[in-house]
Write a protein that binds this ligand. Structure first.
Ligand code: NAD
Length: 474
């Protein structure tokens, strides 16, 4: 692990196995942090805080730009590490390197934008505000974009003057450790610390730690709820949550069908094995387009090549770990056993002994919406469910029926329908005639149980600072 710019083992020497999901073989081990290890990292971050907070913002920005340069320089290595650790095709991970570098430079560029205001007092004097960092930030990230999250989720808290303890997923710790090692040659000691370990031990300690003032979490709704409880154990903390989704994609009768089919394939993030929070995993298609949409979807999904994540031509790699594989397999089996669900593509789940592969799978619910778990639960795998609808109001009601609201995608050539749907959809990020695109600087985050707070834009930077109001009488 990386604490105080030193590479350290867990004090108790606990280890976690790192499994290559494409072969199901153990490739190495990483430290499993216990409470004492987390405490050591938090203490390092706490010691570093005063100096880092007083470092001029322009200097912090220059250092973050150096981190971006180092990640760019080591991009191929980091992409390779993630493809072994996470199972996603190397071509997609190279794109994550580019996104990470862009996002780091974006936040470095915002360093001088964390500005206060002056508010005229009623009778003389001066009233103004400043933005001050919180202190130690605990940053917990999931398995689906390991290097990208390890790099981008430290940017805003560091630029705002906080120090960070980063905990990657126990399934994908390697690239975060490598990024921590690279940062140790750039940032002052203790500014960024990386601890690896289980969520229920290391993660729980980090969120409940009395010296951690601010928690930022990206992961599942269930863990987000646990973190809110843990963080509230014995002090008040600021917590932001980027959680899961079961995101709808709506295809209205006037949609450009070819573009909508391509958008559904892209939106499902099959090339991430469906393991993306913003995946549009429920498609609602107007009945006039139903048969043709399904035919074209079947063809498009059939063209995706499942295979070795290390191969440049692979479209779909392996599921991150055995437990996720088994979870996805249960959903596929539920679909196969359900007479309401018609298999359109995929459906064969390979023997996990040979690696955790699930082919892109599509189920059509010809009879309309029903209580199938495939239409209600985030599968976080390459499984798309498609449902017909007849009326605008029906489509919107279906889309909004779940207690989640991360993204939504609308396909129509009618401006009125598009604008009406944008207004009616309960989601934090809505695409029209597009899917899955993230715009640097645009706020990403969820409505309802999909989260609290917004990231990827200037709002994220402000969320890592607390406002202080100052009134001077003279
Ligand atoms: P997860 O919730 O199982 O784990 C995420 C992280 O939380 C891991 O580092 C884990 O070790 C840690 N953790 C687990 N239990 C903990 C606890 N009690 N206290 C503290 N930390 C704990 O999620 P996952 O399976 O790694 O990732 C998939 C989920 O992440 C999906 O639901 C997906 O939608 C969501 N996600 C959301 C976004 C977003 O921006 N909204 C982005 C990516 C992924």
């Amino acid at each position: 692990m990386v604490v105080d710019n030193q590479l350290v083992d867990a004090v108790g020497r606990g280890r976690l196995e790192v499994v290559d999901p494409a072969t199901a073989e153990v490739v190495t081990t990483v430290p499993a942090a216990a409470d004492v290890d987390v405490d050591r990292a938090v203490a390092a971050a706490k010691r570093a805080f005063g100096g880092w907070a007083r470092t001029p913002a322009s200097v912090r920005a220059a250092l973050l730009n150096e981190v971006a340069d180092a990640i760019e320089e080591h991009g191929e290595e980091l992409a390779r590490i993630d493809s072994i650790d996470n199972g996603t095709p190397i071509s997609m991970l190279r794109n994550d390197v580019r996104l990470a570098v862009t996002q780091l430079r974006y936040f470095a560029g915002l360093a001088l934008e964390l500005r206060g205001q002056s508010i005229p007092p009623p009778a003389g004097g001066l009233n103004y505000t400043v933005h001050e960092p919180f202190g130690v930030v605990g940053r917990i990230v999931p398995f689906n974009h390991p290097l990208m999250f390890a790099a981008t989720k430290i940017a805003a808290p560091l630029i705002a003057g906080n120090t960070v303890v980063l905990k990657p997923s126990e399934h994908t710790s390697l690239s975060a450790l490598r990024i921590g090692e690279l940062c140790a040659g750039i940032l002052p000691p203790g500014v960024l610390n990386v601890v690896t370990g289980l969520g229920v031990t290391a993660g729980a300690r980090l969120t409940a730690h009395p010296d951690v003032s601010r928690i930022a979490f990206t992961g599942s709704v269930a863990t987000g709820l646990a973190i809110q409880r843990q963080a509230a154990a014995d002090r008040v903390k600021t917590v932001t949550l980027e959680l899961g989704g079961k995101n709808p994609l709506l295809v209205f009768p006037d949609a450009d069908l070819e573009a909508a089919v391509a958008g559904a394939v892209n939106g499902m993030n099959f090339t991430w094995q469906g393991q993306s929070c913003g995946s549009t995993s429920r498609a609602y298609v107007h009945r006039t387009l139903w048969a043709e949409f399904l035919g074209r979807l079947q063809e498009a999904v059939g063209r995706l090549q499942v295979g070795d994540p290390q191969n440049d031509d692979t479209d779909v790699g392996a599921i991150v770990c055995r437990s996720q594989f088994e979870r996805i397999a249960r959903f596929v089996e539920a679909g196969l056993a359900d007479p309401r669900a018609r298999l359109i593509a995929g459906g064969e789940v390979k023997d996990p002994g040979a690696g955790f592969f699930v082919p892109p799978t599509v189920f059509a619910f010809d009879g309309g919406e029903c209580d199938s778990p495939l239409l209600a639960e985030e599968i976080f795998g390459p499984v798309l469910s498609v449902v017909p609808f007849d009326e605008y109001g029906e489509a919107i009601a279906r889309a909004n029926r779940l207690p989640l609201g991360l993204t939504a995608s609308v396909w129509t050539t009618d401006l009125g329908t598009a604008m009406r749907a944008v207004q009616d959809l309960e989601a934090g990020y809505v695409w029209v005639n597009a899917s899955s695109i993230h715009i640097a600087g645009a706020p990403f985050g969820g409505f309802k149980n999909s989260g609290v707070g917004r990231e990827e834009g200037i709002e994220e930077l402000y969320s890592y600072a607390q406002q202080k109001n100052v009134y001077i009488k003279f």
